[in-house]
Design a protein around this ligand. Structure first.
Ligand SMILES: [Zn+2]
Ligand SMILES: [Zn+2]
Length: 157
């Protein structure tokens, strides 16, 4: 942003930010708009100088307290309260942490898992073999192995 711009001095973002936070409880709650996940959002910057943007409140809170968020990291909640912006309740994590955290807290809807293999063997724990590329059906694997161990030339002579 340009220094020494004319016009009224804009209110610093931290002042505007904390004016919208209810700090009466243990969790400091954002009192304005939220995203679908319940995270607080606010508008920053100005349309005039094209710095207008919507930012997530708890991310801004973390930045106000700690400085810029390193690339690729997420600001997560220790308190499991999406609307909370108390810096002490926030910590940095990776996308994997974020996903694990969301799943642990039941905030992500997982796609339905198919219950049978393509040969309609049930994927029970006993019949499921975990593999790097996904799960495999143990019955099918066993059938493939049995087929491979058959004498190949049987019947040819
Ligand atoms: Zn909290
Ligand atoms: Zn199978």
């Amino acid at each position: 942003m340009r220094k020494g711009a004319r016009g009224p001095i804009p209110t610093p973002v931290e002042v505007r930010f904390w004016a919208k936070v209810d700090r009466s409880g243990d969790c400091w709650l954002w009192t304005r708009g939220t995203t679908a996940f319940g995270y607080g959002v606010l508008s920053v910057g100005s349309i005039a100088d094209q710095t207008a943007a919507r930012v997530v409140a708890h991310r801004l809170s973390w930045e106000l307290a700690n400085g810029p968020i390193p690339d690729g990291l997420f600001v997560l909640h220790r308190c499991d309260t999406p609307r909370c912006v108390r810096p002490e309740h926030l910590f940095l994590g990776t996308k994997a942490d974020n996903t694990a955290d969301m799943m642990a807290k039941g905030r992500q809807v997982l796609p339905p898992v198919r219950e049978e293999c393509r040969n309609w063997h049930a994927y029970t724990p006993e019949n499921t073999y975990r593999h790097k590329s996904g799960r495999q059906c143990i019955s099918c694997r066993r059938a493939r192995r049995a087929a491979l161990s058959q004498p190949v030339l049987e019947g040819v002579m």
